[in-house]
Design a protein around this ligand. Structure first.
Ligand code: ADP
Length: 693
């Protein structure tokens, strides 16, 4: 409202300026722009103390007049004060005035003239004598009610007290006196703090009459500046004056005016504007709170959808991991057949050429197994299911087990191979031996793979950084190198420097991704420095966890010294629902000179154990119907009753996991992963049957 008023006034001013400018240019007025006299607005006044007071010398003042006059002056609105003894309704209708300083806001009036937003509010009440008190408007029924004979009484008395006998009076004081004198039963009063002085003076005239006062709890009368509704300039001026009075409140001027008349700065106009400000702030606050609530609701909805998508994503990742685990299982089963049979055939090859061919088959199977394991590791990392196991380990053993194979390979390529552990390194440290070996195996494997001449060197040292003490493994080669712009990318899954790598060197591009994730899992970091055609250095930093003296280091399980033939015949039961696996196991075990019984389901296995004794049982865990666990438990139960116990070795094509290892340790006697190495199988048989003959 304020803004639109301003724009209206300013557009008028702009319009005038444009006209003046046009005239100036047209007539070439020497003295500059001819300023158009601004329209003077006529404003009514009457004697209505304390708001409008006419002094004995004819001067016009009072709270309302002082404030409106000051506001208009500040707004540069020119006013002409016109004496109007009758009601504003009358004078607006007669066209005597354009503005009225203060009018009570009544619905009927709004149809006839414009009333601004309130400047203050009047309270309403009923005054009566204490001997005959009136405590509600209903109690005025049939009673004489005196009132000031003008608006708003004319509208409100019949409305609020329809059954009262109306007694019009020329002023409020007359109405009060009529009650005090006993001529009326009650007086209807509308007042502000400013009226209180006059009322008090009237009451003090009759100290002998105790009074009773009823205040209407919910009725308030708003009062604003009045304006001729058909004159836009008057309407706009009234609204601007009202806003300016608000400013005068904020600046303390209104309080000064009140003090001038009452020696008290407290007043209804200030209270109203402060309250109005508070209401506006409360509204803004309510809007802000509404907005915030909306935002919270939006966040709630977003979080709901986020949770839903997260669940979907997790479910998809889980499904992918399960799919990969199943795929890996499916790959391992035929690989078990290929590798087992090949190993068997290699024991007695027909000639040297056949041996070489079988060697290729075995190596290919091994390469395939590595790929399957890598892909599975990657999916486990993605779903955060890869855990690490910190155990004491022998650093030298670790280095030997991770490099011995590649020493042979590099010798075949005439590439020198060196490894060195600094004297600063403790012999035993704490880490995850399997994961650390996997990291080194990958990096050393790459170094040898991408180097055709020169040297590959693996060194281990310690370093103290701000974060603590670290072990540093440097894997250095003089191979093809990696362009600098790809140093970051090669750690991303399936990224290779050159796609021709796959053709020339083999590989899937996941090795470094797995390395980086494993290193991070171990709390470390991996970095690369490399120059094309000069070589590369991969550095792995692992927090150095020292081991207290006396703690045994983890033995390297991968280099068992096994006798090739057990010099006694054992009766062995093999349980597997895959005929290829059964065939492989049978062939391998028979070659070891054992008596082998094969069954392809759990139930038959239980019957077999019931009907004949065995020295050892190999039990596939993953069987349809009665699986390996259930079959083992049933066998154990029956044997416990009979006082016997045949060692049972779990056979599984699943990948290594800590949980599996622990469960096998609880329920069975040994564990062989498929595809198996004959030596590992042999080792388990020897370990579990050493005391039998
Ligand atoms: P892969 O070796 O199976 O392709 P990696 O993730 O182990 O996968 O390596 C990604 C790529 O990084 C390799 O294909 C190769 O381009 C590059 N790379 C890794 N190590 C070396 C190295 N020592 N020398 C040169 N290039 C390397």
């Amino acid at each position: 409202m304020f803004e639109s008023s301003c724009s209206f006034i300013s557009s008028i001013r702009l319009g005038r300026a444009v006209v003046a400018f046009a005239l100036g240019v047209f007539f070439v007025v020497e003295s500059g722009f001819a300023s158009e006299p601004s329209a003077v607005l006529r404003i009514g006044y009457q004697s209505s103390p304390p708001y409008q007071v006419i002094g004995e010398d004819g001067s016009v003042g009072g709270i309302a007049i002082d404030l409106v006059r000051t506001a208009a002056e500040r707004l540069e609105i020119e006013l002409e004060w016109v004496y109007c003894p009758k009601s504003p309704d009358h004078h607006f209708a007669a066209g005597d005035v354009d503005l009225w300083p203060i009018v009570t806001d009544l619905p009927d009036r709004r149809r006839r003239f414009h009333i601004t937003k309130p400047i203050y509010e009047n309270s309403l009440g009923i005054l009566s004598r204490e001997e005959n008190p009136i405590g509600s408007p209903q109690e005025t029924a049939g009673k004489r009610v005196a009132y000031y004979d003008r608006e708003p009484s004319l509208t409100l008395v019949p409305q609020l007290m329809p059954s009262a006998i109306p007694v019009p009076m020329p002023g409020h004081v007359d109405a009060i006196e009529s009650v005090l004198r006993g001529e009326s039963d009650a007086a209807f009063l509308w007042s502000t703090k400013a009226n209180s002085m006059t009322f008090k003076m009237a009451l003090d005239q009759h100290p002998e009459v105790p009074i009773h006062f009823y205040a209407f709890p919910d009725e308030k009368l708003s009062c604003g500046v009045g304006a001729d509704k058909n004159d836009p300039a008057a309407v706009e001026a009234a609204d601007l004056i009202r806003e300016e009075i608000g400013e005068l409140v904020r600046e303390g001027y209104v309080q000064t005016v009140y003090f001038r008349y009452y020696l008290d700065p407290e007043n209804e106009i200030s209270s109203f504007f402060w309250l109005d400000d508070l209401r506006r702030k409360a509204n803004s606050l309510a809007v802000a709170i509404g907005g915030l609530l909306g935002l919270v609701a939006l966040l709630g909805v977003m979080s709901f959808y986020f949770q839903r998508s997260r669940k979907k994503a997790l479910a998809a990742t889980k499904a992918k991991s399960e799919f990969l685990a199943n795929m890996s299982h499916e790959f391992r089963t035929p690989l078990n057949g290929i590798m087992g049979m090949t190993q068997l055939a290699m024991v007695n090859p027909a000639n040297e050429e056949q041996k070489e061919l079988l060697d290729v088959v075995l190596k290919s199977g091994d390469a395939l197994l590595t790929i399957v394991n890598d892909i599975l590791d990657l999916s486990k990392m993605e779903s955060g299911r890869l855990s690490i196991e910190l155990e004491p380990l022998d650093l030298e053993d670790l280095l030997v087990s991770a490099t011995s194979f590649f020493k042979i390979v590099s010798a075949q390529k005439s590439v020198a191979f060196e490894s060195h552990i600094s004297e600063r390194c403790p012999r035993t440290i704490k880490s995850d031996v399997a994961r650390l070996r996997q990291i080194l195996f990958n990096l050393v494997g790459n170094a040898v793979k991408f180097t055709s001449s020169g040297c590959v060197r693996v060194s281990v040292d310690t370093i103290r950084l701000a974060k603590g003490e670290f072990l540093v493994f440097d894997i250095r080669d003089t191979g093809i190198g990696i362009p600098e712009n790809l140093h970051g990318e090669i750690f991303e899954a399936f990224n290779q420097v050159d796609t021709s790598n796959t053709r020339n060197y083999g590989g899937t591009g996941v090795g470094l991704t797995i390395c980086r994730n494993l290193v991070n899992l171990l709390g470390g970091e991996i970095h690369v420095e490399s120059v094309v055609d000069r070589g590369s250095v991969f550095s792995v930093f692992i927090p150095l966890l020292r081991v207290e003296l006396g703690m045994p280091a983890q033995q390297d399980l991968e280099a068992p010294a096994v006798p090739q033939v057990i010099p006694r015949e054992l009766s062995i039961l093999v349980v597997d629902d895959n005929s290829l696996n059964l065939q492989t196991m049978e062939a391998v075990l028979k070659r070891m000179n054992h008596k082998v019984t094969c069954v392809n389901d759990g139930k038959t296995a239980i019957d077999k154990v019931d009907s004949q004794p065995f020295d050892l049982i190999f039990m596939d865990l993953h069987m349809s119907g009665f699986d390996g666990w259930e079959t083992t438990r049933a066998i154990r139960q029956r044997q416990a009753a009979a006082g016997a116990e045949t060692p049972i070795v779990a056979l599984t094509a699943s990948v290594y996991s800590k949980e599996l290892k622990l469960q096998v340790a609880r329920e069975m006697d040994g564990l062989v992963f498929k595809p198996f190495e004959i030596s590992a199988l042999h080792n388990e048989i020897e370990r579990l049957t050493a005391d039998r003959n």
